[in-house]
Design a protein around this ligand. Structure first.
Ligand SMILES: Nc1nc2c(ncn2[C@@H]2O[C@H](COP(=O)(O)OP(=O)(O)OP(=O)(O)O)[C@@H](O)[C@H]2O)c(=O)[nH]1
Length: 307
C-alpha cells in the first residue's frame, strides 16, 4: 500500500533529503496508509482535474490528515493531469478556492509533462523547513546560531538536531545555575546510530561550530569517548546500570529498531540512546536514571532536593 522514494533537493542553499511516501488511494489500504501520516512533515493532497469525483474526495483526505497527521504538518493541494485540459472537469478556480479554505498552497501539475513538479516539491520542502525554523525559535536559537546552512541533510532530522542542541544547552544551563554544588560529567559514545563518530580531538570543535554551534564551549567536563553498553562497557556505566536498571520515566522505549543494537552482549539495563542521564547524590549515592525523552532541564527539582 505504500511506495517509497528518496531525493535530495536544494532549497535556499540547504541540501535536504526528502523521503517520499506515496500512499495508495484505495479503500482497502486505508488502515496501512494512515499509519504513515503520523510521522509526516509535509503532505500533498492530490486530485485529478479530469475527475470531479477525485476532487470531491479531497475533503475526505483532508479530514484523515487532520485526524492522523501530526499537528503542524505542512499541506499542499495538487491538481494533477494539467496536460489533459480537454478532459477537464474541475476548474483551476475551484481548486484554488478549496486550497484557500483549507489554508493550503495550490498547484496544478502534470506528472506527464513535468509541469510544476519540481516547484511543488520545492515549495513543500520550504514550508517544512520554515516550520522547523519556528520550532528552533522556540528554543530561542536563531537560524544563524545553529549554522543551519552548514548542516547536511541528515542533520535536519529533528531527533538529532533537537536533542543535541537542546540537551547540550540544558546541561550548560544546569551547570551555570549550580556552579559549585553540581558537577556535570558528559561521556560521548558512538554506540547510538554512530552519531558520535568524531575523534576525541574533534568533539569540542563540532560542538563549537556545528551543534549547538555559535562558539558553544561546554562549562562542564567531557570525557573521552567510551562504550556504555556491551563487552567493553566503561566501569562507571557498568556500576550505574547495575544500581539504576532502567529509567523509570520510560521503561518501554528501549531499542525500537534491532539494527541500532550494535553491541553485545545485550543486557536489559542497557542504555537505549544518547542523552540518558544519571543523577548521583552528594554522598555518591545513585539517585535516579532519566530517559533520553526526559528533558535535561527538568532534572533541576531533583537536584535541588538532593542539595
Ligand atoms: N495525462 C496524465 N496522466 C497521468 C498523470 N499522472 C498520472 N497519470 C495517469 O493516471 C493513472 C493513475 O496514476 P497513479 O499514479 O497510479 O495514480 P494514484 O493516485 O497514485 O493511484 P493509487 O496509487 O491507486 O492511489 C495512470 O494511468 C497514470 O499514467 C498526468 O499528469 N497526466
Amino acid at each position: 500500500g505504500v511506495d517509497f522514494k528518496m531525493k535530495t533537493i536544494e532549497v535556499d542553499g540547504i541540501k535536504v533529503r526528502i523521503q517520499i511516501w506515496d500512499t495508495a488511494g484505495q479503500e482497502r489500504y486505508q488502515t496501512i496508509t494512515k499509519q504513515y501520516y503520523r510521522r509526516a512533515q509535509g503532505i500533498f493532497l492530490v486530485y485529478d482535474i479530469t475527475s470531479e469525483r477525485s476532487f470531491q474526495h479531497i475533503m475526505k483526505w483532508a479530514s484523515d490528515v487532520d485526524e492522523y497527521a501530526p499537528e503542524g504538518v505542512q499541506k499542499i493541494l495538487i491538481a494533477n493531469k494539467a496536460d489533459e485540459d480537454q478532459k477537464r472537469q474541475v476548474g483551476a478556480n475551484q481548486g484554488q478556492k478549496l486550497a484557500k479554505d483549507y489554508g493550503m498552497d495550490f498547484y496544478e501539475t502534470s506528472a506527464c509533462t513535468n509541469y510544476n513538479i519540481k516547484e511543488s516539491f520545492t515549495r513543500l520542502t520550504e514550508l517544512v523547513l520554515q516550520a522547523h525554523k519556528k520550532e528552533l525559535d522556540v528554543l530561542r536559537l536563531s537560524n544563524d546560531e545553529l549554522n543551519l546552512a552548514d548542516l547536511e541533510v541528515d542533520d535536519l532530522k529533528p531527533r538529532i538536531l533537537w536533542t543535541t542542541v537542546r540537551d547540550y544547552s540544558q546541561l550548560q544551563e544546569l551547570q551555570t545555575r549550580y556552579p559549585h554544588r553540581l558537577t556535570v560529567l558528559a561521556f560521548p559514545c558512538n554506540q547510538f546510530g554512530y552519531q558520535e563518530n568524531c575523534n576525541n580531538e574533534e568533539i569540542l570543535n563540532s560542538l563549537k561550530y556545528v551543534r549547538p554551534g555559535n562558539g558553544f564551549k561546554p562549562n562542564f567536563s567531557i570525557f573521552q569517548k567510551c562504550d556504555v553498553n556491551g563487552a567493553n562497557t566503561h566501569p562507571v556505566f557498568a556500576y550505574l546500570k547495575e544500581k539504576l536498571p532502567v529509567p523509570d520515566d520510560d521503561p518501554t522505549s528501549f531499542m525500537t529498531d534491532p539494527k541500532f543494537i550494535i553491541w553485545s552482549p545485550i543486557n536489559r539495563s542497557d542504555i537505549a540512546w544518547n542523552f540518558e542521564k544519571f543523577l548521583i547524590g552528594p554522598e555518591g549515592e545513585t539517585f535516579k536514571r532519566y530517559s533520553k525523552k526526559f528533558q535535561t532541564i527538568s532534572i533541576e527539582p531533583d537536584i535541588q532536593r538532593l542539595l
